[in-house]
Design a binder for this molecule. Structure first.
Ligand SMILES: [Zn+2]
Length: 266
């Protein structure tokens, strides 16, 4: 899972942990293809499930969260490698922030063969909201994207990666067939069917090519430390998020200089 690219001529430069240098992103894709990995977007993966087609031995799904304009640059790079990704878009970011995709740009990504899913309305962590608020996030973001694209939207990545049983059940109830989270674990290859939850690893700025290799090959050391880190951050993150919700920091109007992912949330 990526968020945005940096170092793109003509665009603003970012240095937060979720901004990946364009040259590094190109190297990631190149490494995977050189090593024989099939890189696909989630819609193509879903089609494989529906048509009961096999999944290649070396297989990676690429996603971008939030809807930053540099997704257009990522799409350009991916087109050179003849591969696709899925973009998950946050409604309020796209509607209110200048550096985020406009309806025309969203449609153009779709026309080029990239798939699109929702990433909520406000980017608030769904489990921290009431039933009514979760329903609104799921329904309003879906309706907004369907109006722009003129087709059904059945994929969501949950803001901040936060998910619980109640949220998951509501996602499925609202017609989402794929739910992407931020659980940093390899996905199982057995019993794949729809609806489905997909684990994703957030690629950080400081990740080396070796780290990217560990992510796709299930590197024991990498995943062990990510699990330790997730456990150690669980409580502080929960407290922080409760605080943020109270202060409405998850709304775009309160974003810091680096945008919605200038800090440690995703
Ligand atoms: Zn996000």
């Amino acid at each position: 899972m990526y968020h945005k690219l940096s170092g793109v001529p003509g665009r603003r430069n970012y240095s937060d942990q979720y901004s990946i240098d364009t040259s590094a992103f190109r190297e990631h894709v190149s490494l995977l293809q050189d090593e024989g990995y099939v890189i696909e977007d989630i819609a193509t993966f879903t089609k494989r499930i529906i048509e009961s087609r096999s999944i290649p031995e070396r297989y990676v799904l690429l996603t971008f969260d939030d809807g930053h304009k540099s997704g257009l640059d990522a799409a350009e790079i991916l087109s050179v490698f003849r591969t696709k990704a899925t973009f998950f878009l946050t409604k309020s970011y796209c509607e209110q922030l200048p550096d985020y995709l406009s309806p025309e740009e969203i449609r153009s990504l779709r026309t080029e063969g990239f798939s699109i899913g929702t990433h909520g309305v406000t980017h608030c962590g769904l489990p921290f909201l009431s039933y009514k608020e979760i329903r609104r996030e799921l329904a309003e973001s879906k309706h907004w994207l369907e109006e722009i694209l003129g087709e059904e939207v059945t994929m969501i990545s949950v803001p901040g990666g936060y998910i619980d049983d109640r949220t998951l059940a509501l996602c499925f109830e609202h017609g989402y067939q794929i739910v992407g989270n931020s659980e940093e674990q390899m996905n199982s290859r057995s019993n794949i069917s729809l609806p489905l939850v997909i684990n994703r690893v957030a690629v950080r700025r400081h990740f080396s090519l070796n780290t990217i290799w560990s992510i796709v090959t299930g590197g024991t050391f990498f995943y062990f430390w990510r699990r330790v880190r997730a456990k150690s951050l669980w409580l502080p993150k929960r407290v922080l998020h409760t605080y943020k919700k109270t202060e409405l920091v998850c709304r775009p109007k309160s974003m810091g200089e680096d945008g919605p992912h200038g800090g440690s949330t995703r």
